[in-house]
Design a protein around this ligand. Structure first.
Ligand SMILES: O=P(O)(O)OC[C@H]1O[C@H](O)[C@H](O)[C@@H](O)[C@@H]1O
Length: 305
């Protein structure tokens, strides 16, 4: 689910172009393999719709209008600059939530509101698709340097957030690929693959629990699962496989009825955040010349033929 204004920009794109949306520069791609939109504020993927063949649909043919509008959700309320966009895949870096070193930094770090530039767009990648390299326009940390790579094709989307240590003293790093998935109905969702995992419940002052059975979403939740395993997000209509690297935390978040002011009730039950993260339970200590790769890959669940 994406705002009509973003849908119109994607529809008006043939191939690849840049355009302005809500005061932000976007990279838009509408190709034979699918659709992709990235905001250069935050290097944030806002939209992805692959055209992989499904039963009854020819290879490379776009889904019938109205049957599917992408795997990611973006709030329909315009987000004033220079604030963050709620939706898509915000890059939370170099800390997750309020875990800045002095406790005073912006929620989820400065990367998601910073200006990034496209370093390269490679559409010669195997399997027909695109690989986009992005870097921040300004330094965001005195010792750490991030860059992002987005891979998209007719089957899957992946986002890689690489951090390199260019300084002289060890640095603690947390962060997240804070994915807002578009779902048919939040309360019909199941997240499979977390059964038995230990989690910290942020709604209970980080009380520790273990997940009993598979996770069904019934109301508000804000949990840090200690897990490096892939999960399946099933909303009753679509099963997406979410795998990851460099992450021992999976954050599952939805505010329930207590929606943020930028999220109208009609849109509020159409998303679920399942986040590939490094948090207080698995911070990364980066040493000089070290690097860390946080990545997620999202595809349809593989079905046995
Ligand atoms: O509103 P935001 O700054 O984008 O944060 C949205 C949410 O992100 C994460 O999932 C945190 O676990 C939540 O506690 C937070 O409310």
């Amino acid at each position: 689910m994406i705002p009509d204004t973003l849908r119109q920009l994607v529809d008006a794109t043939d191939g690849q172009r840049e355009a302005d949306w809500q005061g932000r520069r976007l990279l838009l791609i509408n190709a034979d393999w699918g659709e992709l939109a990235i905001s250069l504020q935050g290097a944030q993927v806002l939209h992805f719709l692959p055209f992989a063949p499904e039963a009854g649909r020819a290879a490379g043919a776009r889904p019938a209008t109205g049957t599917e509008d992408g795997w990611l959700w973006v709030t329909p309320t315009p987000q004033p600059m220079p604030g963050a966009i709620r939706g898509g895949i915000p890059l939370c870096w170099p800390w997750f939530a309020d875990e800045s070193p002095d406790g005073k930094g912006p929620m989820h770090g400065p990367a998601r509101t910073a200006a990034w530039r496209v370093e390269a767009v490679d559409d010669s990648v195997s399997g027909s698709g695109v690989e986009i390299h992005l870097s921040p326009e300004q330094r965001l940390h005195d010792q750490l340097v991030p860059n992002a790579v987005v891979h998209a094709n007719g089957q899957r989307l992946s986002v890689e957030l690489m951090t390199r240590h260019t300084g002289t003293t060890p640095v603690k790093l947390t962060g997240a690929l804070h994915t807002y998935f578009a779902v048919a109905d939040t309360h019909q969702c199941r997240v499979e693959g977390l059964a038995g995992a230990r989690y910290l419940d942020k709604l209970e002052h980080f009380a520790e629990h273990h997940q009993q059975g598979e996770l069904g979403i019934r109301g508000s939740l804000d949990r840090i699962y200690q897990s490096n395993r892939p999960v399946i997000l099933d909303d009753g209509q679509r099963r997406l496989a979410i795998s990851k690297q460099g992450s021992d935390s999976t954050v599952v978040w939805h505010p329930g009825d207590d929606l943020p002011s930028d999220t109208p009730a009609t849109a509020g039950m159409r998303f679920l955040c399942v986040e590939t993260a490094c948090t207080r339970v698995d911070p990364v200590w980066l040493v000089p010349d070290g690097q860390h790769l946080l990545s997620t890959t999202i595809g349809r669940e593989a079905t046995s033929a």
